[in-house]
Design a protein around this ligand. Structure first.
Ligand SMILES: *Cc1c(COP(=O)(O)O)cnc(C)c1O
Length: 511
């Protein structure tokens, strides 16, 4: 393709993308394909001779779109949102034009300096104080591809920190600590690092949040077994129910465990800190609080404070996948653990301490130019537009919640499983039968609702099981979802719950 062909093809692609959004609602949310259907339409090898662009671009419609699950669809309520915006689609085009691995300051000063500024912008947007910002020169942010990558990266920094404080600790004693509600990213980090993993049970009466007492007991138990918990992965907005660990109580406990590094995984929930009305329930004051410096620790930051924080802008934060922002209070913890600088990567600017070399703050050498889309989106929406989007999502969830549970017109026999968190509503179908009841019966009802829902390609929802109880999760987050969609959803749920009761009751009576 030459430049003039690109010009034409580019205009056509933008037209095609606009058509996609114009017709978004006409697509099924979940494609009607069976495993292997898409692969069958794709050649087994790259063609020997190049093909005309016309044919290639048509195959996006013929091969790809029929196999796409439409995360932007207004009736997508599964997993978590994956916002995309036109600003970011354009940013990705520009980033593609200057395709740039950005690992050193010198290999593109703009990539590095924009990333430092963009992560500072986001930190300020969500209420993280100066100590998290690059401009303070001690803390700072990086943009990675995923919360999982961010978690693994901080675990490496935390391990290095622990070993500096306690040289010679055998790897077999080191433990990564999380809870049963922590995303699998913590267990995965342990797996990758070859370390032990412990998940603390959380309780229904605490809305599935980790509390200080539970943490203290778990840490004491581990110490009694000679284990060395070196990092604690807490959650602000858990995947299952949106649970927020009690950061206020947790930091009071970790003050007694200065070697324990404290990370907050706020992959989905973190962006809601941009709303002043959400900051208290998310313990922003405790996230920002500093522990008094301890003389015995030197430059390594103290216990009793949060050391790192991660949120994904590519969920509800108006930035096209992928943009996971991770901040650390002490950047040196990352660079000490991850700086491998062979002579050919040395630059006079870095040697002089004038610049950030992002390759020393993450796993990869080369990295995508993600800050461009963050910058474009935040400038175009502004802080007020960003907040408006989040408030809209919350108000949709409130509308859904009050319609679903309305005493007069709601769906009978459904209960809220955990308090609504931001734009996530988790409910459970319970028995309304005079003869059938019990955990297994009610779990079967909930499983049936999700299964029946997912036979209907016009919507997508996902289940969860917490403390042995199966539930239905409604995660609202597409910028295209409007009030009518969540009200229609309530009606669909009404039908699905009726069907599920009939189906499960009939099966039980046969037994
Ligand atoms: C979505 C989510 C994750 C996973 O995020 P990735 O960026 O895909 O690794 C982890 N934790 C929580 C709480 C999430 O909501």
């Amino acid at each position: 393709m030459d430049r003039e062909q690109f010009r034409k093809a580019g205009y056509a692609a933008v037209d095609r993308i606009c058509d996609y959004f114009e017709n978004l609602e006409s697509y099924d949310v979940v494609p009607r394909v069976q495993p292997g259907d898409v692969a069958k339409l794709i050649a087994d090898e790259a063609p020997e001779q190049g093909e005309p662009w016309e044919q290639i671009s048509q195959d996006f419609d013929r091969v790809i779109l029929p196999g796409i699950t439409h995360w932007q669809h207004p009736n997508f309520f599964a997993y978590f949102p994956a916002n995309t915006t036109f600003e970011c689609i354009l940013a990705d085009m520009y980033a593609g034009a200057v395709s740039n691995p950005g690992f050193n300051w010198l290999c593109s000063p703009a990539c590095t300096e924009l990333e430092s500024k963009a992560t500072d912008w986001v930190a300020k947007l969500i209420g993280l104080d100066q100590s998290w910002c690059n401009e303070g020169k001690v803390g700072g942010g990086v943009i990675t591809g995923s919360a999982s990558e961010s978690c693994l990266t901080v675990c490496i920094a935390a391990r290095e920190r622990y070993l500096r404080l306690h040289p010679g600790t055998p790897a077999s004693e080191l433990v990564i600590v999380a809870t049963t509600q922590t995303h699998s990213l913590a267990a995965k980090a342990a797996l990758i690092l070859g370390l032990d993993f412990v998940a603390i049970e959380t309780k229904k009466e605490d809305d599935w949040a980790l509390r200080g007492q539970g943490l203290r007991e778990a840490l004491e138990g581990l110490e009694a077994k000679g284990k060395k918990p070196f990092v604690l992965i807490t959650t602000l907005g858990s995947t299952s129910t949106g649970a927020i660990d009690r950061i206020d109580e947790i930091t009071a406990v970790t003050a007694d465990y200065p070697s324990l590094f404290l990370h907050i995984d706020a992959a989905w929930g973190g962006v809601f800190l941009a709303l002043p009305e959400c900051q208290q329930e998310a313990f922003l004051a405790s996230i920002n609080a500093r522990a008094p410096a301890r003389a015995d620790e030197g430059a390594i930051c103290a216990g009793g404070e949060v050391h790192s924080f991660c949120t994904n802008l590519h969920k509800s934060g108006l930035v096209t996948f992928d943009a996971s922002c991770m901040w650390i209070r002490d950047r040196a913890l990352l660079t000490t653990a991850l700086d491998v600088t062979p002579p050919f990567l040395r630059t006079p600017q870095a040697q002089a301490g004038l610049v950030t070399d992002y390759r020393n703050m993450g796993l990869a050498l080369g990295r995508r130019f993600r800050s461009l889309k963050v910058w474009f989106a935040l400038r175009s929406f502004g802080v007020s537009g960003f907040r408006k989007h989040l408030r809209h999502l919350i108000s949709l969830a409130e509308t859904f919640e009050s319609a679903l549970f309305s005493p007069s017109t709601g769906v009978p026999g459904v209960v809220l499983f955990a308090p609504r968190r931001f734009s996530l509503v988790v409910f459970r179908v319970v028995s309304t039968s005079s003869t059938l009841s019990g955990l297994a019966y009610e779990n079967a009802l909930n499983a049936a609702v999700v299964e029946l829902a997912n036979r209907d390609p016009s919507l997508m929802v996902t289940p969860t099981t917490v403390g042995g109880e199966s539930c239905v999760r409604i995660a609202i987050g597409s910028p295209y979802t409007q009030e009518k969609h969540v009200l229609e959803l309530v009606e669909k749920i009404r039908g699905l719950v009726d069907q599920a009761r009939e189906q499960v009751d009939a099966a039980q009576q046969q037994q």
